[in-house]
Design a protein around this ligand. Structure first.
Ligand SMILES: Nc1ncnc2c1ncn2[C@@H]1O[C@H](COP(=O)(O)OP(=O)(O)OP(=O)(O)O)[C@@H](O)[C@H]1O
Ligand SMILES: [Mg+2]
Length: 251
């Protein structure tokens, strides 16, 4: 399998006044093309920090993060991100909120319009192109964020607890839709890195779960999930797998 992302011996410390805080001791893992990987671990262990490194926003104190074998530049346009709180521009309607990320990569206005609309349809909120964020539910706002993130055809999609703010039913619907978007291997995104606290969610979606320890963090386990897709979240095997992961997290 082709290696898309490689996090190698990443170490991260912050100086807070006189003392220093080591958030990440030593973390390594890889993501291959067509792989869905979840990153789970206690609050403060550096999950969001790792995503920021992949986005090229910060550098590790030591260690490397490589994409396609090359170091990540300051603005990593091969990657998109969806956060827990949809970061939409309140003064722009849905259509414009998606179009705005296409501006740097698509010169033609008509093309931007068509592309935005295609992804708005794909996430099931067509008919709301002219709506403003304040007029949308949490789930709909998150759909706009997802449309925006995938409209640039990223190779790797980063998700930082994207379903955590939603009610159970919206979260489940959106998880399934996200899987449908991701599954065709010939279409971007070619891989997903999901940060979550929800073990059921990680088992439902992932090919592999990277389990981090408490801060200063290391990788406790890389747990492959081999359950057949589409996954039955009520089967005995599913519950067993969830149980294995939970036990690994809290030995
Ligand atoms: N700019 C910064 N300056 C100092 N410390 C920071 C900075 N950014 C993050 N940290 C610290 O690094 C640690 C890891 O933070 P991070 O946000 O990556 O954790 P996390 O695993 O995403 O946690 P959560 O599950 O709560 O989102 C935390 O202890 C945090 O306080
Ligand atoms: Mg975080």
């Amino acid at each position: 399998m082709e290696e898309l992302l490689s996090v190698k011996n990443v170490h991260m410390e912050y100086s807070t006044g006189k003392s220093k805080l080591i958030s990440i001791q030593d973390v390594s893992f890889n993501i291959h093309k067509n792989e869905f990987v979840s990153l789970i671990g206690p609050s403060g262990c550096g999950k969001s920090t790792i995503l920021k490194m992949v986005l090229g926003l910060i550098n590790p104190t030591s260690g490397t993060v490589l994409m396609g074998g090359a170091p990540i530049g300051e603005d990593n346009s091969r990657v998109s991100v969806v956060f827990q709180n949809p970061a939409l521009f309140p003064w722009l309607d849905v259509q414009k909120n998606v179009e705005i990320v296409l501006e740097p990569i698509m010169r033609d206005r008509e093309m931007r319009k068509e592309t935005a609309l295609k992804y708005i349809k794909m996430v099931g909120i067509d008919g709301f192109e002219g709506a403003y964020p304040r007029e949308l539910s949490g789930g709909m706002k998150q759909r706009v964020s997802i449309a925006r993130a995938i409209s640039t055809s990223p190779e790797l999609l980063l998700l930082d607890e994207p379903f955590a703010g939603l009610d159970v039913f919206s979260a489940q619907a959106l998880r399934e839709e996200l899987l449908d978007l991701w599954l065709p291997p010939d279409k971007p995104p070619h891989a997903v890195l999901l940060v979550t606290h929800n073990v059921d969610e990680a088992v439902q979606l992932s090919d592999k779960i990277v389990i981090l320890s408490r801060r200063p963090s290391t990788v406790i386990d890389e747990h492959p999930i081999t359950l057949e897709r589409p996954r039955n979240t009520r089967s005995d095997e599913f519950y067993q797998t969830v149980d294995e992961v939970v036990r690994t997290m809290s030995p």
